[in-house]
Design a protein around this ligand. Structure first.
Ligand code: HEC
Length: 154
């Protein structure tokens, strides 16, 4: 009985006004990945990519080549999937970022810190080039200055 009453209260609070229309979907947006109303939205996937972009930098700077390789593979997988699953992604910009990731991969294999730093700067430029093309140029990525990951050793 108590349960029934609680359910009734919940139902009443969920119905805002008699006859009012409730919309649970976000309106379409004027940029790629516009179905941004679910957990796998491009914005959320990019948030993860941002964390990996930071980890990649600190791994390379500490010459932790296996970790750098791991993080760049994660970024590469994410961008490849983004190119396949999201609407209107500028595919040329995905490819441009992939080319820079390949250059960083070569640097990690050769344990080459200079090549790594060069590749990293070019990757970051590729992130920003796509943001501009996708009308989100206000999301400006740079080389990180400090690591927020105090729970992981690089
Ligand atoms: C092929 C295009 C493309 C590439 C390459 C790309 N992005 Fe994005 N990124 C986007 C788009 C489009 C959005 C906006 C998504 C949305 O919310 O609708 C975005 C959003 C973001 C956001 C905002 C997420 C948030 O919740 O604040 C961050 C951070 C980000 N990208 C980081 C990166 C980083 C780092 C790279 C490079 C390693 C990168 N992006 C490469 C297209 C791209």
């Amino acid at each position: 009985m108590r349960l029934m009453m609680s359910l009734a209260i919940v139902a009443v609070t969920l119905v805002p006004a008699f006859g009012a229309e409730v919309s649970y979907s976000t309106p379409p947006r004027d940029r790629p990945g516009s179905s941004g109303d679910d957990i796998n939205s491009l914005g959320n996937v990019m948030g993860l990519t941002q964390l990996r972009h930071i980890k990649l930098w600190f791994a390379g700077r500490q010459r932790n080549w296996p970790l750098a390789r791991y993080e760049l593979d994660q970024i590469a997988d994410t961008l490849r999937h983004a190119g396949m699953f999201y609407q209107n992604i500028p595919v040329d910009d995905v490819r441009a970022a992939e080319r820079q990731l390949d250059a960083i991969r070569v640097a990690t294999e050769g344990k080459d810190p200079v090549g790594f730093a060069k590749g990293y700067a070019a990757l970051t430029d590729a992130c920003n080039a796509c943001h501009k093309a996708a009308k989100v140029g206000f999301i400006a990525i740079q080389t990180p200055t400090t690591s927020p990951f105090s729970d992981q050793r690089f």
